[in-house]
Design a protein around this ligand. Structure first.
Ligand code: KQY
Length: 368
């Protein structure tokens, strides 16, 4: 039986691997809430299914769906995708799923962070969130993986690691009063060191402009390899994203990774800027328990919000002029991997993108 452990991963010889290390598979959650996804979540379901099928060409995919949606999800996904019943509040496996850690013997365990829907009652996105808060534990039970319960509110999208001792986070998110108001920066760093087994933590001030997660790093930048970073970018000095990306670049240029090496930063042009249309906004149900999605709102689109699968990169496309150049940069950053574009606008309308709706399960031994 999987256990909840009283120790911490680092002390036990476990570390969080980089996303570009080998995977046993990927977890996703089926979208359904009509107060976040327009038109009863039908367009989002189509978009999520396309992502699941694209990843499924490269590694096993498991999709969790509610009891009410199980038959529908099963019918819309191919046999290559496993569907399991899972109660959730929404569909962000990156943030509600476990952060898997591995040791040198190939054992895999999971970190279960606290979850408060991106800010609880102070700027969070919906209430209640108890089913989402239980997702990591349920996945670890199903996979027979031991669990670490971390004393920290944290979403998987708010951290990126290189698997070799470096972690990148944003101050906007991790130091936000609505996550861990009683913890200092030093205390948060100590927990990241213990639960991810990292030595160097690079703090970037802010994430993507108007990102509803309070600036998750996974929408701003990511590692494409050890010492290599992809950073969302615009050359338009009048765009509010310009100074955010520039300040991130300056910090990366003056930082070193855990091995003491400088970062190679590749700029990944941002799409658009993109805005929701009146028709898209009309399709979202009003609800007193979730954040509104007004027409004309600027969307925090980013090609950085992609998923690195075994042998491939699954990246959102938006039908805009920046799609081509972005895919070219990704091909250079990930040599040897197939770059697969999947329409990402419907996922973006719900507040995130492909990285946010996926959670890699590292290769290892045992489990299941
Ligand atoms: O950035 C992510 N990892 C998740 C985005 C969640 C948005 C909730 N509407």
């Amino acid at each position: 039986m999987p256990k909840t452990l009283n120790s911490r991963p680092r002390a036990d010889g476990f570390r969080m691997p980089a996303e570009y290390e080998p995977h046993a598979g990927c977890f996703m959650v089926w979208p359904e809430r009509p107060d976040n996804w327009r038109l009863g979540a039908k367009p989002a379901q189509e978009a999520f299914a396309a992502v699941a099928e694209a990843i499924g060409r490269f590694e096993p995919v498991t999709v969790g769906a509610s009891a009410a949606q199980f038959a529908n999800a099963r019918a819309r996904l191919s046999d290559a995708v496993r569907v399991i019943e899972l109660s959730t509040d929404d569909a962000w496996a990156r943030d509600t799923g476990p952060t898997f850690v591995v040791n040198g013997a190939g054992d895999v365990r999971g970190v279960d962070w606290g979850f408060n829907a991106w800010g609880g009652l102070s700027g969070g996105l919906y209430f209640p969130w108890d089913r989402d808060a239980a997702v990591a534990r349920k996945i670890l039970e199903a996979e027979r993986r031991d669990r670490y319960e971390a004393p920290l509110i944290l979403e998987g999208g708010s951290i990126h690691v290189d698997g070799q001792g470096t972690c990148i986070v944003t101050e906007e998110c991790l130091l936000n009063e609505n996550r861990n108001p009683r913890l200092s920066r030093k205390e948060i760093e100590a927990l990241l060191r213990d639960y991810l087994a990292v030595d160097t933590i690079v703090w970037i001030p802010r994430g993507v402009y108007l990102d509803e997660t309070d600036g998750h790093v996974d929408n701003l930048l990511c590692f494409s390899g050890p010492g290599e970073i992809l950073l969302t970018w615009t050359d338009d000095r009048d765009d509010p994203q310009y100074e955010r990306s520039l300040e991130a670049l300056r910090i990366l240029e003056s930082s070193r990774d855990a091995k003491g090496n400088p970062f190679l930063v590749r700029k990944l042009v941002q799409p658009g800027p993109l805005f929701s249309t009146a028709e898209e906004a009309r399709g979202v149900d009003y609800s007193a328990s979730s954040a509104p999605r007004p027409a004309g709102g600027r969307l925090a689109g980013s090609y950085v919000n992609h998923y690195v699968a075994n042998g491939a990169v699954i990246v959102p496309t938006f039908g805009v002029e920046q799609d081509g150049p972005a895919l070219t940069v990704l091909a250079e950053a990930y040599p040897g991997r197939e770059i697969v574009g999947v329409p990402g606008r419907e996922i973006l309308l719900g507040g995130g993108n492909i990285h946010c709706i996926t959670q890699q399960y590292p290769a290892g031994q045992g489990g299941r």
